[in-house]
Design a protein around this ligand. Structure first.
Ligand SMILES: C[S@@+](CC[C@H](N)C(=O)[O-])C[C@H]1O[C@@H](n2cnc3c(N)ncnc32)[C@H](O)[C@@H]1O
Length: 238
């Protein structure tokens, strides 16, 4: 399933998130025992550190990363871009509840062809999104293009943990537990089988950091959470 490439992968991912949009937040909380909120806050703190202006949150989904950014007074506005209208619908409802209606702008679009001019944003973020992109290099190049000079790109992602023993145990737990949760709470076994599979085929934090470097980012910072299974990686556009 995760061997899908290009448009086929994009279609699969968009339809999957469309189906699970209303259960996405709950399932995240169950899978991570609520830790996903803390990881996103940590990532938002790094993303907004010392940078003011408008931000772009890519693969914004139900909007939590965007809302965490908006808690910082130096963040004026967050554009939340996602190719799943159903995920963004949930984000819009949440932005009303949180009082962020005037500062959160949802945009339907694909990261591989961002509908923004060069250097439009002071900072850009992607939370749990890069693993799903059909062409990571192209997507990151687009993200760098729309980030202003001196701006920071921050990526939060589940990665292959370091250390073989822990990696195997983590993936076994993830493989076994996640689809069962998905079947029970979201009535979607396939979607939650994709998640552990996509991690299995993804990179380590170090590998992901070198991809960020290869698209021109500098001053790379890597922080890991969740016993090495989650990485917050940022880089500055020189
Ligand atoms: C796991 S969710 C993450 C949502 C949110 N950022 C968070 O922190 O919970 C991944 C999101 O990426 C979006 N996505 C995946 N590939 C995309 C692409 N090529 N362009 C735009 N959005 C994409 C999906 O629709 C989904 O909403």
């Amino acid at each position: 399933m995760v061997q899908l490439k290009g448009n086929e992968k994009s279609r699969f991912v968009a339809s999957m998130f469309g189906r699970i949009s209303r259960r996405y937040d709950l399932l995240n909380t169950l899978m991570t025992v609520g830790m996903h909120y803390i990881w996103r806050r940590n990532a938002a703190k790094l993303a907004a550190y010392d940078i003011s202006g408008d931000f772009l949150d890519i693969a914004s989904g139900t909007g939590d990363f965007a809302f965490d950014l908006l808690r910082f007074s130096n963040v004026n506005l967050v554009v939340g871009l996602d190719f799943s209208p159903e995920m963004l619908d949930v984000a819009v409802v949440k932005s009303h509840d949180l009082g962020f209606t005037s500062k959160f702008l949802p945009v339907i679009g694909d990261v591989h062809t961002l509908p923004f001019p060069d250097e439009r944003f002071s900072g850009t973020t992607v939370g749990f999104g890069v693993r799903n992109f059909s062409n990571l290099q192209k997507a990151l190049a687009e993200i760098v293009r729309v980030t202003g000079r001196g701006g920071r790109v921050t990526v939060l992602e589940i990665v292959r943990p370091r250390g073989k023993f822990f990696a195997i145990m983590f993936l076994r737990y993830f493989n076994w537990f996640t689809p069962k949760l998905g079947r029970f709470f979201a009535r979607d076994y396939e979607a939650y089988r994709y998640l552990p599979e996509s991690v299995q085929h993804f990179m380590s934090a170090k590998q992901l950091a070198s991809v960020l470097e290869s698209v021109g980012l500098r001053d790379i910072v890597i922080r890991t959470r969740g016993m090495g299974s989650v990485a917050i990686i940022s880089g500055v556009k020189p």
